[in-house]
Design a protein around this ligand. Structure first.
Ligand SMILES: *Cc1c(COP(=O)(O)O)cnc(C)c1O
Length: 390
């Protein structure tokens, strides 16, 4: 019998490149075709064939309160009755800008818009770089391993006064998940300062997830600019960046750097984001997320230990990754040692048992405030059973 998911995917493939509107959704790293989602609520999603899963993807991060939280859905409904898009300033944009500047002290001014590229999608598909990016652009970028300050220093010496900025995810979560070691981030901050380069944190994943003020709050490092997305949109499409006023004043219409967007500051996205962020604060969501993360960490580590599986478990707060490689995993080269065949088997076995982890070794798992202790227990048992069977 053909499932509704496979029927939809067959139709999608004839009209959408690869059948998906974002490459990581294609399930290619796990040798399969994706399932299609009919609906999602709290910690669960249901596919179009009626199967239920505990979801640890959470729309790749935004669903920090779980799916379709009532406060966010209500806020979107309410905003929608007042208009979907104006193309002229609306009060919610100001509220969002004020909230972000208040919660993230390194951000003095903020804008919405913009879009970045590559990341885990590119890794999964075995391409470090996208076709269509002119060589001349690629030549302007130096790519260095995380957690290696010596190579950063070397790059600054070899390119004296030529490096404009260093951009980094303070907790890399786009190639699996690994953590900064020791004072890596504060030393990086200092190297940028003495070499006249800006430090830019990509906190699209970690922003408002690891803490109210993001990873920069936890690690006590103040970047010059910060990129945000995911959680600030409450599930609606948003990207934002902000930082020192002196830099942000370079943007049009005040400055020479052109920046624009037809739907920027969209009232529905702002309403969704504001509702989500305020609810997180109201319930002290970060404390709850840390507790749930710690519970899952314990369950997963025990399962790994008992199965004597060659798996490395990295986690911080509500984010986690099981690497099918011996640890420690502190950079991309380590992550790439993972046994991808084994990961694919693990993924499918969990999926069959109703647990949906990201369909790629190079992704991060997300726990939401809607995940119950029972969800985590059940997931722990599934991980235990699957690891033991591999
Ligand atoms: C998801 C993500 C992006 C891109 O955000 P979009 O909203 O998809 O444009 C950028 N950086 C990181 C670290 C991400 O995880």
């Amino acid at each position: 019998m053909i499932s509704r998911s496979s029927e939809l995917f067959a139709r999608a493939e004839t009209r959408i490149p690869g059948g998906v509107n974002s490459p990581v959704r294609a399930f290619r790293n796990v040798d399969d075709a994706p399932f299609f989602v009919a609906r999602a609520d709290g910690s669960k999603i249901w596919d179009v064939d009626g199967k239920e899963y505990i979801d640890y993807v959470g729309s790749w991060g935004p669903a920090i309160l779980g799916h379709a939280p009532k406060v966010v859905v209500d806020a979107v409904h309410e905003a929608a009755t007042r208009g979907l898009s104006f193309g002229i300033p609306n009060p919610l944009e100001v509220e969002m800008a004020e909230l972000i500047c208040d919660w993230v002290p390194s951000i003095e001014k903020h804008v919405d818009g913009l879009l970045v590229k590559a990341g885990s999608g590119a890794l999964t598909h075995g391409r470090a770089d996208s076709a269509g990016v002119p060589r001349a652009f690629a030549d302007l970028t130096i790519s260095l391993p995380f957690n290696n300050i010596d190579l950063v220093r070397k790059a600054f010496v070899e390119n004296k006064e030529k490096i404009a900025a260093v951009i980094v995810e303070p907790v890399p979560a786009n190639a699996g998940l690994y953590l900064p070691i020791g004072d890596f981030l504060s030393i990086l901050r200092n190297e940028c300062l003495v070499n006249g380069a800006l430090l830019i944190f990509d906190e699209v994943i970690t922003g408002f997830r690891l803490a109210r003020g993001g990873a920069q709050e936890i690690y006590g490092v103040r970047p010059d600019l910060t990129a945000l997305g995911k959680v600030i949109g409450g599930g609606l499409p948003v990207g934002a960046f902000g930082g020192r006023a002196e830099i942000m004043d370079q943007l049009s219409p005040d400055g020479p750097v052109y920046q624009a967007g037809t739907l920027s500051g969209n009232p529905l996205a702002m309403a969704a984001g504001l509702a989500q962020l305020r609810e997180l604060e109201r319930i002290n969501g970060w404390k709850l997320l840390d507790e749930l993360g710690a519970q899952f960490e314990q369950l997963a580590r025990n399962a790994i230990k008992d199965a004597k599986a060659g798996v490395t478990f990295n986690s911080v707060g509500s984010m986690f990754c099981l690497f099918f490689a011996p640890g420690p995993i502190v950079d991309l080269a380590n992550a790439r040692q993972s046994d991808l065949k084994m990961f694919a088997q693990f993924f499918h076995a969990c999926l069959r048992r109703g647990v949906y982890f990201a369909p790629s070794q190079f992704e991060t798992g997300f726990i939401s405030t809607a995940h119950s202790a029972e969800d985590l227990e059940r997931t722990g048992s599934v991980v235990r059973e699957v690891l033991a069977s591999l």
